[in-house]
Design a protein around this ligand. Sequence first.
Ligand SMILES: *Cc1c(COP(=O)(O)O)cnc(C)c1O
Length: 336
Amino acid sequence: MPLDWLNALPRQPLGLLPTPLQPLDRLSAELGGPRVWVKRDDCTGLATGGNKTRKLEYLLGAARATGADTVLTYGAVQSNHARQTAAACAVAGFECHLLLARKVPWEDVNYEHLGNPQLDRLLGANVHLVDAREFNSRNAALRAELDARLRRVYVIPTGGSNATGALGYAACAEELANQARALEELQLTDILHASSSAGTQAGLVAGFAALGAGSDIRVHGINVSEPDQQSLFDAVQGIASELLQTHQTGTPLDPGQIHIDSRYLGDGYGLPTELTLEAIRKVAALEGLLLDPVYSGKAMGGLIDRIRRGEFDTVRDLVFIHTGGIAALPVYGSVL
Ligand SMILES: *Cc1c(COP(=O)(O)O)cnc(C)c1O
């Protein structure tokens, strides 16, 4: 069933949509597995693009509907979500506050100055950098300060991952299904992407379920951040169920449709593995396509390894969602 109910929801147009869907023929030939396609959500257009743009269309739509004039959101120092929120707030005319926690043990003198935080400042956001242990107290102080200034604040969770933000990826599920149908040569059965705060995966899973395609299409989330896989699973399930219930699609969520792979996390969030770096170099050299060391490169490392292991041997077409992230490349110069 088409997701017509999405059209009735408040939405702030931000992205260049639909994003292209392209075959990666040289990579596919090199790997010798399924035909690999890339869904270019790195090309959503907002200040170097990325997957948060789709979520922010619904989040800022909701913010405006509630009469907010200020947005507050959270992330790590090199958060792509924070950077896209800064850009979205610039476009839509919201005051923007970013509370960014130092939580990635990556030593680079420019870690807090180049890449995403540089762009956040350029885009006019108020950047508040805090140590992880003082996060709660600084958050409370910031909220009190905004209240004292009588700002009408709309709070967006980390990664824009809640049932409102995930609507962007329910819409993407439909977009992808339509593109695949128009291509004919593409059998949409398996999709793989970097999963972290759960909103992307939850939106896709809920979207395909609502389209009635939940049992035909597997969404493989490559866990790039969560040491405890169960908590990522629970987050995906929680957001996807809430999305489906809120919009009364009458579709139950089958937990069997949530596939999470944590084998590629390595030492943790923000820390690329050897496989991550190999994947970034290979895809750049073979396809002229840039990936990042935190998300898309780690997920592509998983895709390459899983094809080598024969895990996709029965799959004809494998769609990789490029979720963005290249803005962080400058602070990974020591390894790339
Ligand atoms: C946030 C992000 C992800 C993960 O998306 P979630 O919805 O948080 O799971 C993947 N790739 C990039 C580049 C991101 O910025």
